[in-house]
Design a protein around this ligand. Structure first.
Ligand SMILES: Nc1ncnc2c1ncn2[C@@H]1O[C@H](COP(=O)(O)OP(=O)(O)OP(=O)(O)O)[C@@H](O)[C@H]1O
Ligand SMILES: [Mg+2]
Length: 458
């Protein structure tokens, strides 16, 4: 068994026992040790300190020892894992749940999967015409992302929605660069065996719905003898996963959030159809803005879910580590300031390396001013989409020292109370305004980086 296969089968076992996959550093340590590299080399190759890799290595052996019920150490990890992987294959072939048809049709797959995923495979697509074959995947137009740390809890949630709850329409929305595409690509890599077809398309260049549908039908029909009339027919007959990225492009600018461009209103109907008609597939929408009708659909239809993507967790530190930043005691402060936003942290880290040789303490001296640099381009692209009324409200919010109570509109603002609340709602759908939970009544505030940007213009 080669290193990749051994690593994959180990990860499958860890996931089956703990519900969590190995993170990127754990995988890297495991694969490097399997190739007889020492911790010193692993640290250099991955941009971590030796002590950090040693500590993470010790944690990994402990985790694997628990999962495999053996005393696993650096010296015996390969032989134990190979033994275990061998007995897993044995278990598959002897499992009463597997019929001979499954074995002969997907011999190669069986050897790469654990009993859990095989059981899932059996549940997959009962009426599918391509059952037990490898999924047909088209990610040709998806961006290639080099690093993809963490996101375990988001992936756990999405898997539950897709695989357990059979959610048909999922919207992942969040600020530009927060990692929506990266998260979805990671998700695909973990659930692809559960689908017959997976296709990723961006709406960046505003494809007309009719053309997009034709493209999808062409893709789905390639392995079927008789083409079906509609996309929904393929969604019924097979398990299809369709990802539509950059959906904000089909929404109007200069209006409140999530309103379709005049020639693209049929997308709204299409999304509603996917959510409300019965089938066995899933459509994931990725957007900067929450589509207008989604909230209503979510309350009326249990097969519609929405995930607002926030910054990274602890893994934000992996970005700083990878950039070889110094002054580790200042990392939490830097990460909080830039909201664990991966693209912003990448930009700031590069600036820090360029100007301060990675020394954070030289950078974080002025508490009253936030350095934004190239982040401003990201911020501007969001602000350009706002309506005039939203611009007025956001300028006002940028001058508020405390989170506001939205039932009290500012006296000098010439809009009705209802309109004011609608504007705040729109700004939250764009992730520019955040809800601050309070005991008495929730309050709202402008995202602090946008606040710094707007105030820096004066
Ligand atoms: N989990 C992650 N670990 C490390 N880096 C990440 C992660 N997620 C995102 N990034 C980094 O942030 C950048 C932006 O991520 P991504 O393209 O997924 O954002 P997005 O939300 O899809 O942005 P947009 O809406 O503009 O397309 C990526 O190039 C990647 O380098
Ligand atoms: Mg993206």
């Amino acid at each position: 068994m080669d290193i990749q296969e051994l690593s994959k089968s180990t990860d499958d076992q860890v996931f089956a026992k703990t519900g969590q996959h190995l993170d990127s550093l754990q995988k890297s340590i495991l694969e490097s040790v399997l190739q007889h590299q020492n911790f010193q080399k692993i640290a250099v190759n991955n941009g971590y300190s030796y002590d950090h890799v040693k500590k993470e290595g010790a944690k990994l052996w402990k985790l694997l020892s628990e999962v495999f019920q053996e005393d696993i150490k650096q010296g015996n990890v390969r032989s134990i894992l190979e033994n275990k992987a061998g007995s897993t294959i044995y278990n598959f072939v002897n499992s009463p749940q597997i019929n001979s048809n499954t074995i002969s049709n997907s011999h190669v797959n069986i050897c790469r999967e654990n009993p859990q995923s095989l059981e899932d495979r059996e549940k997959r697509s009962p009426s599918s015409q391509v059952q037990n074959q490898l999924p047909i995947i088209d990610l040709t137009t998806a961006p290639e992302l080099n690093y993809n740390y963490g996101r375990n809890s988001e992936i756990y949630t999405l898997k539950e929605w897709i695989l357990e709850d059979k959610t048909r329409l999922i919207t992942i929305y969040g600020l530009s660069g927060i990692g929506k595409t990266a998260l979805t690509l990671k998700l695909i890599s973990e659930i692809n065996t559960q689908f017959d077809y997976i296709i990723y398309r961006s709406l960046e260049h505003l494809p007309k719905l009719i053309n997009l549908k034709d493209e999808l039908k062409k893709f789905f029909s390639q392995s079927q003898s008789t083409p079906l009339p509609e996309v929904i027919d393929y969604f019924r007959s097979s398990r299809c996963l369709v990802i539509l990225d950059d959906v904000q492009n089909i929404f109007k600018t200069g209006n409140l959030a999530g309103q379709y461009l005049t020639d693209y209103k049929d997308y709204c109907k299409f999304f509603q159809q996917i959510a409300t008609l019965s089938h066995q597939s899933c459509l994931i929408l990725i957007s900067w803005e929450k589509p207008g009708e989604i909230e209503t659909l979510e309350t009326e239809n249990k097969y519609t879910r929405t995930l607002q993507l926030q910054g990274l967790g602890e893994e934000a530190k992996d970005i700083l580590r990878q950039k070889k930043l110094q002054d580790e005691e200042k990392w939490d402060e830097l990460i909080t300031l830039y909201q664990s936003h991966p693209a912003w942290l990448n930009i700031i880290s590069s600036t820090l390396v360029e100007f301060f040789d990675g020394k954070i303490f030289l950078f974080m001296t002025d508490k009253n001013e936030v350095f934004l640099g190239d982040i401003e381009t990201y911020l501007e692209s969001h602000l350009e989409r706002l309506s005039e009324l939203e611009k007025n409200v956001i300028s006002w919010l940028a001058n508020q020292d405390e989170p506001i109570d939205i039932s009290q509109k500012p006296a000098n603002m010439e809009v009705s109370q209802a309109k004011f609340m609608h504007i705040i709602q729109s700004l939250t759908r764009r992730c520019l305004v955040e809800k601050v939970p309070r005991k008495e009544l929730a309050r709202f505030q402008l995202n602090s980086i946008f606040k710094a940007h707007i105030n820096s213009d004066f």
